[in-house]
Design a binder for this molecule. Structure first.
Ligand code: ADP
Ligand code: MG
Length: 886
């Protein structure tokens, strides 16, 4: 290929200077893509490719109109590409182009929709944890949303906590710091957990000196110290800021403040728990059917965003919860006021995003009118709240007076005085401002309109003065203004009409006077356009400098929206206000599952736990409702700590510091995601993280492996949770043996989900009752599922035999006795045991190989009471590997 010159050469040159996957280069009214980029974009976005020849070579070329770039950018970024955008500038007729912006998933502006769009940086302490073990290193995390200006910083210990935070914010792009990016395993897990794109800006931007400087420069010298944000957090913050700056978003100034957060304020909810409880999406990844989708009645998108945040980050501090509860209660009681408020909210726009657009310089006149209107919502909300006795006597007036209302009113008035009601989309061609806003503009506008009037009346004048019919006056880009006369009349035009063009049915003319008036008009047009553009930029800057105010108002409006939404749901679903207590109690009367109750006739259930009964073992047949019962309990606690009402007739909820749920690997396997190893890692996490003040939900844990491993692990975990951690725990199991725990451990209670069995038919009652269940109904479920009758009958026989043999107990008792071995003879269809019995002797078994014998010996010798659960797991896993002959 010959060296490209001209425009293609310029394109290829710019492309060389950027790491972006694709370059969009402005050429007049279009953004063009050339060469490989043209092919790629055409492929991905269905654009037409043409050929551009440049000095003997020909290059593929594709383009999009300047005003249409945004949707294309979005589509490319969503497909995983980063796009550099080069803008065209003209100085004294000299045209040059420069890359001003690199668009990545986390720096995409102009997104719609409810979701926050976080860009995250992850920094690890340089020593990488003790013994280079990264899993216990300290991490600094920063999250920035360029579309709203939100900025959060924290430090956490360990990779698990890091992943939990990342899952919570669900960033679309993650910037791993130097140590982190070399840790392939961690990077994989980050990608897997968040689905984010990992981008690698210059490692120097994470360096303590440079990052600290950037962060302090932006947020103020002492901010981080005052807020108690540690060095790693500051480094993460600096790296994110540098990236936002470098990619040219122009919205840096909308990040007006750091929101530090520390573990202590929020209920710990690790990623697995968030997923298990289906807070924002179901296990299948659908939004519908999630807790959020069920309880969301917000009317604004910032409200939706905030509700989601609340659900993902329940609180521990009473003050916040009391305020929210009291507000929800007021909204629940004051139906009239609530409807009034919701109607008022209906016209509110997304102020946080509008603020970011103002700061970034992309806000147009319509955006500023939206700012005006939304600022106007604030006093209306105040009025609606004051008019309702219930709302007036609640925390709502306080919430609404947090933003500076006078400043908001001033800004609103300024915008109202400035802009016309129905402004044009472009900000460069005038028509934006009301008369009286600016003297100079008023004068130019008058002159411009007068000049325009000449053309407006011209057609009529020509007709009249020269007795012509079929006369029109119009303008186009090439000819400017012209008088168009129908062909039949065209011969009658006066001499001073200069012919410029002949069309099929008409001719076009211009005159000396017209040309002169036109010059005058164009000059005024340009003056007016320039002046209005300048005035508009000033106005937009004025709004941009009030970004913080807009964020405050937006926040208050969103909060009111969420509180009204929670009340709306509570009222229409008969939810009630839970009593919050610092005692270690959980007392739920007639509780329901918030999502399941939407679709089925739900049978309510109680849950009573206190200091004496911290541990509940839930048994019951398959499909009876164990998992539902446990999840509903977790969700009731969670909702209570969001400040919401709860699906229960009455509830007293002792505040928890964390909610941990785990579902046995088999259940998870059905979702195609987990293995026994993962199940054990997660169990191990809980055993490390949960405290006396936590709520732990274990659903069929230990299921992902053979019975004896599973039951041993489950047993040991129960003991540890009960004796050492003392967390409030709900534990569902299909191992009936575990119901015996209540006899050994003082704070364990048994409950079961009742089923009624008559004549071999099982009816699920869905009622939770005291005491253990006596048997499994698995065979009945097989029957229900249509397993052929002979198989079902046979299974009943086998089960009966197994029961008689008490095979499990025999094996479980250990103590040096020979283990009973149950053998099922395929030919005769009878059961035998290896140590004899009434049935015929089986074939002699092959001798046990030495490795197996060794494993059995070790198993026999293991003191379960004195071995930590984690060690137990490791041992079991090791044995399994040895038995597999590895
Ligand atoms: P298990 O964990 O015991 O196998 P699940 O909790 O998965 O059972 O519940 C099985 C089905 O029963 C679910 O589809 C759920 O819709 C329904 N269910 C559970 N609890 C109730 C209840 N209290 N009232 C009505 N339906 C319920
Ligand atoms: Mg279940």
């Amino acid at each position: 290929m010959t060296e490209a010159t001209g425009i293609v050469g310029e394109f290829l040159g710019l492309k060389e200077d950027t790491d972006a996957d694709v370059l969009a280069m402005q050429c007049g009214d279009f953004y063009e893509f050339f060469a490989d980029d043209a092919e790629l974009v055409a492929d991905e976005l269905d654009l037409k490719v043409s050929q551009k020849s440049s000095h003997g070579s020909s290059y593929p070329m594709a383009g999009v109109p300047v005003d249409d770039l945004t949707p294309y950018l979005k589509a490319l970024v969503e497909r995983g590409y980063t796009v550099a955008v080069a803008e065209q500038h003209e100085d004294d007729g000299d045209i040059h182009r420069e890359i001003e912006r690199v668009v990545t998933p986390g720096t995409l502006l102009d997104v719609g929709g409810v979701d926050a769009q976080y860009l995250a940086a992850v920094v690890r302490a340089d020593d990488g944890g003790t013994d280079g073990d990264a899993s216990d290193a300290t991490y600094g995390l920063a999250f920035a949303d360029v579309t709203t200006g939100r900025f959060h910083v924290t430090t956490v210990d360990g990779t698990d906590a890091t992943l939990t935070e990342l899952y919570r914010f669900s960033p679309v792009e993650v910037l791993p710091g130097p140590g982190v990016r070399d840790d392939g395993v961690l990077c994989d897990r980050i990608e897997e957990r968040t689905g984010a794109r990992l981008s690698l800006p210059d490692a120097a931007s994470f360096a303590p000196g440079q990052a600290g400087h950037v962060a302090r420069d932006h947020f103020g010298d002492d901010t981080f110290e005052t807020l108690g944000v540690g060095d790693l957090g500051v480094r993460a913050a600096g790296a994110v800021l540098a990236y936002v700056d470098e990619t040219g978003t122009g919205v840096l100034a909308s990040m007006t403040r750091v929101q530090p957060y520390h573990g202590g304020e929020h209920v710990e909810l690790d990623a697995t728990t968030q997923r298990n409880l289906e807070l924002t999406e179901t296990m299948h990844g659908d939004r519908a059917g999630s807790l959020f989708a069920t309880v969301d009645h917000t009317v604004t998108s910032p409200g939706g965003r905030l509700l989601k945040e609340w659900l993902q980050r329940p609180r521990r501090d009473r003050a916040t919860l009391d305020e929210r509860q009291a507000s929800v209660a007021a909204f629940a009681a004051g139906a009239l006021g609530r409807e009034e408020v919701r109607e008022t909210l209906d016209v509110a726009y997304d102020l946080e995003r509008l603020a970011a657009r103002a700061v970034g310089g992309s806000a147009d006149a319509t955006d500023l009118l939206r700012v005006r209107d939304t600022l106007g919502v604030l006093p209306e909300l105040v009025e609606a709240v004051e008019a309702s006795p219930q709302l007036a006597d609640s925390p709502l007036p306080d919430i609404l007076s947090r933003p500076d209302r006078d400043a908001a009113a001033d800004l609103r008035a300024a915008l109202a005085d400035a802009l016309v009601e129905d402004p044009p989309k472009t900000t460069t061609q005038g028509g934006l401002f009301k008369p009286g806003y600016d003297d100079e503009l008023d004068e130019i506008r008058d002159r411009h309109e007068a000049a325009q009037a000449y053309f407006d009346g011209l057609a009529d004048r020509v007709k009249r003065e020269h007795a012509l019919s079929h006369v029109t006056v119009d303008r186009n880009k090439t000819d400017g203004y012209y008088v168009q006369v129908g062909k039949s009349a065209a011969d009658g035009v006066p001499d001073n009409f200069e012919h410029v063009k002949t069309l099929k049915n008409s001719k076009r003319f211009r005159t000396e006077e017209l040309a002169e008036k036109e010059r005058e008009l164009f000059r005024l047009e340009e003056q007016r356009g320039d002046l209005e553009a300048r005035l508009f930029a000033e106005l937009r800057d004025r709004v941009a400098t009030r970004a913080e105010l807009l964020q405050d108002v937006g926040r208050a409006v969103a909060e009111v929206d969420v509180l009204a939404s929670l009340a709306t749901h509570a009222v229409s679903n008969d939810w009630n206000r839970p009593e919050l207590t610092d005692e270690r109690a959980l007392d739920v009367t007639a509780g329901r599952h918030p999502v399941v109750e939407q679709t089925v006739e739900f049978v309510p259930n109680d849950c009573h736990m206190d200091g004496e009964r911290t541990f509940t073992v839930v048994t019951g047949p398959n499909m009876s409702g164990k998992s539902t019962y446990m999840r509903q309990t977790a969700l009731i606690v969670l909702l209570a700590q969001v400040g919401s009402f709860v699906p229960a007739r009455e509830a007293t909820v002792g505040l928890v510091d964390g909610i941990y749920t785990r579902v046995g690997a088999l259940d998870e396997l059905a979702q195609g995601r987990s293995t026994f190893m993962v199940e054990m890692q997660e169990l191990s996490n809980i055993l490390h993280s949960a405290t006396e003040d936590s709520l732990v939900i274990l659903d069929e844990v230990g299921r992902g492996t053979a019975t004896y491993d599973g039951i041993s692990i489950a047993w040991a975990a129960v003991e540890y949770l009960h004796n050492e951690i003392r967390a409030k725990t709900l534990f569902a199991t299909h191992y009936h043996e575990l119901t015996g725990l209540a006899e050994h451990l003082e704070r364990v209670q048994n409950v079961h989900v009742a089923a009624d069995e008559r004549d071999g038919d099982v009816t699920f009652l869905r009622t939770v009752r005291e005491g253990p269940t006596d048997r499994s109904y698995g065979i009945h479920v097989a029957d229900l599922a249509g397993v052929p009758e002979p198989v079902v009958d046979r299974a009943r026989d086998v089960l009966d035999r197994l029961r008689q043999e008490k095979a499990i107990e025999a094996r479980g008792s250990g103590g040096g006795e020979r283990t009973k071995q149950v053998v099922f003879d395929l030919d005769s269809g009878t059961m035998t045991t290896a140590d004899g019995g009434s049935e015929p002797e089986p074939e002699p078994k092959p001798a046990i190989d030495p490795e197996t014998a060794a494993v059995l010996d070790e198993l026999d010798g293991l003191d379960v009471d004195r071995t930590s659960p984690v060690e137990l797991m490791q041992r079991v896993q090791e044995w399994q590997e040895r038995l597999d002959g590895e």
